[in-house]
Design a protein around this ligand. Structure first.
Ligand code: ADP
Ligand code: MG
Length: 1029
């Protein structure tokens, strides 16, 4: 597949430079014809692309084709418009220079198609982000809209551009399209009101009528029939087979939305389109008094509605004109012809300005708005696309053809300047041996048209402005007077013989670089002044239609200054265009039309030869063959390729020319491949440069790696230093802070210590500045000690030593604290415990510090009774009757004589105590009779109850021993109310035996309890010593 493709591609030569017989026009055309026959429409002359219109779809514009051309060197692959696009794009990216692609050729040669292909190529292959895809879509969609409003079917081309277009596409530093700008040139407005036979008005009218929805049309007052509109049928061909107005309408409507038109704006635009059609159908007739009047009321009504102006005012403005005579304004009626002219002028003005507005609106939506990018403008580059109306010749040629052809003269001039002239001049300037190539310089024709004072446009302007009755004929005469004798200007009068026949009386002929054209002089003056009556302007200025109010300004009506004529405006805008193009690096696409019948596969040799000739392709080829394909200034060349030679890398120190010589020697350039000029190197073949480029491409990764490594190293080092510095700063700040804090603390501490010492020295003085801190601190610490460590219980008698100043307060506090604790303690006490405590208090009153066993008894609780009720003998209880036993305890009773020990129960009631043995009540001791109770001071359990012996009822003193002596004595003393009658004797107790007789118990301390009879009949009790007092 690939091989057949390339084999086919190799029909003839792909680059005319390779043509053997390169000076032969026949060989040139034969090469074109052979390739065209194989549907190979593209061929190069060096870097210039020659394109022959195939008039059919070739299927060479798919996405896959785009990919094939992307980033591939020019010469490696068959010629294509995409190769030019890609090459330009890469040149912009690598050299950072603005580029432009100039597409030239006569009407119908394929310029517009080529420009669209280029734009599509960029839209598809350039990197885009989401945001940028909007711009990309808008760039693409601006085409159908501008074509609808600015293109029309002509005899030469079914989609002929009737305006000039220069479009800038702006790319950011990554090569993504980020914005665009369109400049438009002179729209052929006359087409709005008139078309030659076989031609149409602008597409939009037919599209609206065919594709617009029914209710939309009714709203606009339109019928779906182009035949009904005078402005659409002048050329008698409202329908064209190659055009589908209905689907085109859909495309345009969608495109308007994509570009960002609001619904109201579209509505205003359609109102203007419809109003032009209504204007065309507005007819005039004669009134009763012979005045001109409008006979088609319905159209007028629609007009006032659609244009958003006052109906009566519009009617008056269409049939009258305002004159200023001697400073006074007067209104005068228009003749029938004048009224028709005024109407047509209005239609043209309204359409023409709406078109300009449309371009401005599209520009707004394409404008690159990002402020960040805008501030770094240097990083974005531009590719300009010039698609302007091509050279054209019709049966009748008028002012518009004159402008169009003049424009083509200028562009040819630019081409000559940039490719033929300057190139040859450059060789000479650089001292390269050179045989000059002859070519036709069309400057003479440009001068003929635009020269100051004596050029065509100057004469035209002069004639338009001069007082008197200037007319197209008087203008023709003036031309003959001034330009007569010029080799490129002929009129009927000036010509002779054969030529005379070919030029009509009202015509003049210009011999353009591309051929002779006869222009009809009729209408030149009117079209140049582009007159719209002032009162019509005034009416439109008041319009409610937003677009019209933006297009027609009040100042226009009030100003006295004459506006620039159409020709001068055009001349100036062309001069600006040339300036723009000169500032950019150009690439060329030269379009050729193979036949006049728009037929595919037909190659009209004569027609092609003519174009090859006037496009200067042969000269172009000769210069290219003899010359050098590329040239670079030494510094640029060295800068770009120095990395390919060790001698020049990384820097060349000597003369630039020597550096370049070293470099190319290293690269192995052969002598015939290049020449060294004064400031530039000239490279003869593209291939040489491409090979060098490839070498650079191959070297790039290594360079990138070196750059990356050193850059990363540098970055990391910088980062490290930054971090280190930051750490140091933080550290020193932190350390500083810490030290300052420490110093502050120390200072504070020293101050405190100093104060403390001083205070200590002065502590006995009255309160004074020297000791106040100390005293306060003392007080404070005393109070804090109390707070932190208060006495834990009522028994805890610890209390910190107060400073002298707080002695009194301390006492108060201590008391309060005790009271508090006691109150709290008392509140907590239960009744039984109270009773217990009362008893314990009594015990302490009696025994504390008196009896050795007392301390041990303190923690042992007193009980209600040591004997349970079961242990009581029932008989005894009955005997006691009402006297309830309140306490019972087992005791040992010692006989008064012989000291025999007998077990007994001692029972206490509320008024007496009894001793019980078994069921027998042995002895009753009334409390009233109880004289006293004696116990020893030792640990023994002996007690003696003293009762009066005279009392017969009562037996004598009782000697008892019991384990709970403290409890028993306490209870007994309490019940008998004999607390004061308890005697505690140190070593002996005397007791009455009977009738005045006494016995003695002796007490001694010993290792264990022992009861024995002692000397003198005493009872000897040895009590164990517990803790010596
Ligand atoms: N590359 C092409 N492939 C197919 N048809 C083409 C091509 N170039 C031009 N044409 C045909 O020729 C017609 C005229 O081309 P256009 O670009 O409008 O001419 P110009 O702008 O030069 O007047 C187009 O409508 C299209 O039908
Ligand atoms: Mg075109």
């Amino acid at each position: 597949m690939e091989s057949t493709l390339t084999a086919r591609d190799r029909v003839g030569v792909q680059d005319f430079v390779l043509l053997e017989n390169y000076t032969s026009e026949a060989a040139f055309i034969e090469n074109l014809r052979r390739r065209f026959g194989e549907k190979l429409i593209y061929t190069y002359i060096g870097s210039v692309l020659v394109s022959v219109n195939p008039y059919k779809d070739l299927e060479i514009y798919s996405k896959a084709h785009m990919e094939r051309y992307r980033g591939v060197s020019f010469y490696e692959i068959s010629p294509h418009i995409y190769a030019v696009s890609d090459n330009t794009y890469r040149a912009m990216r690598t050299e950072r220079r603005d580029q432009c692609i100039l597409i030239s050729g006569e009407s119908g040669a394929g310029k517009t198609e080529a420009s669209k292909k280029i734009l599509q190529y960029y839209a598809t292959t350039c990197p885009v982000t989401d945001h940028m895809s909007t711009i990309r879509d808008r760039l693409l969609q601006s085409n159908p809209v501008l074509e609808a409003f600015g293109n029309a079917k002509t005899l030469r081309n079914d989609n002929s551009s009737r305006f000039g277009k220069y479009m800038d596409v702006q790319f950011d530093f990554r090569g993504a399209p980020i914005g665009g700008h369109i400049l438009n040139y002179l729209l052929e407005k006359s087409r709005v009101v008139h078309q030659n036979h076989g031609e149409r008005n602008f597409h939009i009218f037919y599209q609206l009528l065919e594709g617009g929805e029914q209710d939309q049309l009714s709203k606009l007052g339109l019928e779906r029939n182009a035949q009904k509109y005078h402005y659409l049928v002048k050329g008698c061909c409202p329908r064209v087979s190659s055009i589908n107005d209905k689907s085109d309408w859909k495309t345009v409507r969608k495109a308007l939305t994509v570009i960002g038109f609001h619904e109201e704006e579209v509505e205003d635009l359609l109102n203007i389109i419809a109003s032009v059609l209504h204007l065309g159908n507005t007819q005039f007739g004669e009134g009763e008094d012979g005045e001109t009047q409008i006979t088609t009321e319905s159209h007028l009504t629609y007009l006032s509605k659609l244009l958003g102006v006052d109906g009566p005012a519009l009617r008056e403005a269409l049939t009258h004109k305002k004159l200023t005579a001697k400073g006074e304004e007067m209104i005068g009626p228009l003749s029938f012809e004048q009224a028709v002219a005024a109407r047509d002028a209005l239609a043209k003005a309204v359409y023409g300005r709406a078109f300009t507005w449309l371009v401005a609106k599209i520009n707004q939506s394409l404008a690159f708005k990002d402020e960040v990018y805008n501030s770094s403008k240097g990083s974005s580059s531009v590719i300009g696309l010039l698609d302007i109306y091509g050279f054209e010749v019709f049966q009748h040629n008028s002012f518009e053809q004159f402008c169009i052809n003049y424009c083509n003269e200028k562009l040819q001039q630019l081409f000559i300047k940039l490719t033929l002239k300057s190139e040859q001049e450059e060789y000479e300037a650089e001292g390269i041996t050179w045989e000059p190539v002859k070519y036709f310089d069309n400057k003479i024709i440009c001068d003929l048209v635009e020269e100051k004072h004596k050029g065509f446009i100057s004469i035209l302007d002069e004639e338009c402005l001069r007082p008197g009755e200037p007319s197209d004929i008087s203008f023709l005469e003036k031309l003959e007077d001034t330009l007569g004798g010029h080799a490129h200007f002929v009129t009927h009068k000036l010509a002779n013989g054969k030529t005379r026949k070919a030029v009509g009386r009202e015509e003049f002929r210009l011999i353009h670089y591309a051929g002779e054209v006869n222009y009809t002089v009729n209408g030149f003056l009117d079209k140049n002044t582009d007159l719209l009556y002032r009162n019509l302007k005034e009416v439109i200025c008041q319009s409610d239609n937003q677009i019209l109010s933006q297009c027609f300004h009040r100042e226009e009506v009030t100003t006295q200054k004459r506006p620039e004529t159409a020709a001068t405006q055009f001349k100036n805008s062309l001069a600006k265009l040339i300036e723009i193009l000169m500032s950019k690096e150009p690439s060329y696409v030269r379009c050729i039309k193979p036949n006049d019948a728009k037929q595919s596969g037909r190659f009209d040799e004569a027609l092609v030869r003519h174009q090859v000739k006037y496009l200067g392709l042969m000269e172009n080829l000769r210069v290219r063959r003899a010359g050098f394909a590329y040239r670079r200034r030494y510094e640029a060349f060295l800068q770009r390729y120095k990395s390919l030679c060790p001698g020049t890398w990384p820097n060349w120190q000597g003369r630039l020319a020597d550096g370049v010589a070293t470099l190319v020697q290293h690269l192995g350039y052969k002598a015939e491949e290049y020449k060294l000029g004064k400031t530039k190197i000239f490279i003869r073949f593209p291939k040489t440069l491409f090979t060098t480029e490839d070498a650079l491409e191959a070297r790039r990764p290594a360079l990138a790696l070196t750059l990356q490594t050193s850059w990363r190293g540098y970055r990391e080092r910088a980062k490290y230093h930054r971090i280190r510095n930051a750490v140091l700063v933080i550290q020193s700040a932190w350390r500083g802070m810490k030290s300052r804090r420490k110093a502050r603390r120390r200072r504070h501490a020293a101050e405190i210590i100093r104060k403390f010492i001083k205070g200590f020295i002065y502590r006995h003085y009255e309160r004074c500045p020297e000791n106040e801190y100390f005293l306060d601190h003392q007080r404070f610490s005393f109070l804090m000690t109390l707070v932190r460590n208060p006495p834990k219980s009522v028994l805890d008698k610890s209390w910190p030593v107060p400073p002298p100043s707080l002695t009194e307060a301390s006492e108060h506090l201590c008391r309060l604290c005790m009271q508090n604790m006691m109150r709290a303690y008392c509140r907590r006490i239960q009744p039984e415990w109270k009773k217990q405590m009362e008893q314990k208090v009594v015990a302490s009153q009696i025994f504390q510090d008196q009896k050795d066993s007392y301390p041990q008894s303190v923690p042992k609780l007193f009980v209600a009774s040591r004997l349970d009720s079961e242990e009581f003998n029932l008989k005894v209880i009955q005997t006691l009757g009402n006297d309830k036993v309140k306490y019972g305890v087992a005791v040992t009773k010692y006989d008064r004589r012989g000291y025999k020990a007998r077990p007994r129960q001692l029972l206490l009631t509320s008024s007496f105590a009894v001793l019980v043995a078994e069921a027998k009540l042995k002895q009753r001791i009334d409390y009233t009779a109880l004289r006293s109770i004696s116990v020893s001071s030792l640990t023994d359990g002996f007690m003696v109850l003293h009762v009066p012996s005279e009392d017969n009822k009562q037996k004598s003193d009782v000697v008892l021993q019991c384990d709970h002596v403290i409890e028993v004595v306490t209870k007994l003393a309490t019940m008998a109310d004999k607390k004061n009658k308890v005697n505690i004797s140190q070593d002996s107790i005397k007791f009455a035996v009977a009738r005045g007789k006494e016995a003695v118990i002796d007490f001694t301390s010993g290792p264990e309890l022992k009861v024995a009879k002692g000397k003198k009949g005493h009872l000897l009790v040895t009590a164990p010593q517990l803790n010596p007092r």
